[in-house]
Design a protein around this ligand. Structure first.
Ligand code: ZN
Length: 388
């Protein structure tokens, strides 16, 4: 049994959008699980981190990423991106489909799509680059899948399927709605690529009409990936439906601002998820989630502790995963961060509110310290946690 005690935390963000801040200054972890969150905890532990008064947040969960093979991304012919994202505070990645595999016929036929999902799922089950949890094997929904295929992905532990290449002219035959029923019957969530055509060139366009027909759980990159649906259609989805909506850092900034306003007006904070939609044509952006949190907090004028929940607990809840919270019984995925020297902000939360990025000091995944002292991908925080 290994244990870890984090003391002297300043602000503590919970990941729970209904109660984003905890009045607590310490976290006790045993065997990778958070056992206690409270004030002045003093359990004996194998190792102790003195947070020196800086902020603790749940590890960031990228709601929309595109892993392919290990840490290699064909999208930019680059290596090691997942480790670099971890240094940007990301402790989990949700795959929006492994569609960058070189030579993959687009759209794939049903057997190819199914095989790709199963192989990728099995590989990432066996591989955690720098400890990062990669939820991959997201099945790309194409015509011709059978209910048995949904049994097979459920048995493999796949929990997400995605509409992106499905030919919506086939909607009258009822197959797409059947896919949604088959997924839900097995506890699998459904995401849709919304907006205009993606880099692949063959993704299908989806706005209000398609979304209200198919009724997926999550509207992928509603503010653009990179091209959003019409503004009025996006607002209608926020105002008139219960769908989760993603805002990705690779999207349209103006639409992200429109989304922020609509979310405030309709009190839809619980339904917003933050992702990057990378790697892709926008590149590899280790600080992508931090930048989106900063944008929605400062320009979008949503309190930063709430926006952080959209990049942590909301994403876990929407995808049916137990990650994204600093709460008893949850995996100990924790990031410690603070203002960067020279920033006019007071602390990490104030950084986001003012549009600055904070510096990361410590990243912990399943109770294991992965970054100590400072991150390789942010400037150093003015004050860093110490670990002994
Ligand atoms: Zn995408």
């Amino acid at each position: 049994m290994s244990s870890l005690l984090i003391q002297n935390i300043g602000a503590l963000v919970t990941g729970d959008i209904d109660k984003p801040l905890a009045s607590a200054d310490s976290i006790y972890v045993e065997d990778g699980v958070i056992r206690a969150v409270g004030k002045n905890l003093s359990q004996r532990a194998d190792s102790v981190i003195d947070a020196q008064g800086i902020t603790a947040i749940p590890g960031l969960v990228d709601s929309h990423s595109h892993p392919s093979i290990g840490e290699y991304t064909p999208a930019q012919n680059s290596l090691s991106w997942i480790t670099n994202y971890m240094h940007g505070g990301v402790t989990a990645l949700i795959s929006a489909g492994e569609l960058h595999i070189p030579g993959l016929p687009l759209p794939p036929d049903a057997r190819t799509a199914l095989s790709l999902a199963l192989v990728t799922k099995r590989c990432y089950d066996n591989l955690r680059p720098s400890g990062v949890k990669v939820f991959a094997g997201t099945l790309l929904l194409v015509p011709g899948l059978s209910e048995k295929d949904f049994d097979e992905i459920a048995a493999a532990g796949i929990r997400l399927v995605k509409f992106i290449f499905y030919d919506y002219s086939l909607l009258p035959n009822g197959e797409a709605e059947r896919y949604v029923r088959w997924a839900h019957a097995r506890g699998i969530k459904v995401k849709i690529h919304s907006g205009g055509v993606s880099r692949s060139g063959v993704s299908q366009i989806a706005g209000w009409e398609i979304v209200s027909r198919i009724k997926p759980d999550i509207i992928g990159h509603i503010t653009g990936g990179p091209i959003p649906m019409a503004e009025a259609e996006m607002i209608r989805i926020v105002a008139e439906t219960d769908h989760y909506v993603e805002s990705c850092s690779s999207g349209n900034y103006r639409m992200a601002l429109v989304l922020a306003r609509a979310v405030k007006q309709h009190n839809a904070y619980r339904r917003v998820l933050i992702g990057t939609d990378t790697p892709g044509g926008t590149g590899i952006i280790p600080r992508g989630i931090l930048r989106e949190v900063s944008y929605l907090s400062s320009v979008g004028e949503i309190p930063p502790e709430k926006v952080l929940c959209m990049a942590t607990g909301n994403v876990g809840r929407a995808h049916g995963l137990d990650i994204g919270f600093i709460q008893e019984g949850r995996p100990a995925d924790i990031v410690l961060l603070h203002k960067i020297t020279g920033s006019v902000a007071e602390d990490a939360l104030d950084c986001f509110a003012k549009g600055d990025l904070p510096g990361i000091s410590t990243v912990i995944i399943d109770g294991e310290v992965r970054v100590a002292g400072r991150s390789q991908q942010t400037p150093p925080p003015e004050r860093a946690a110490t670990h002994k």
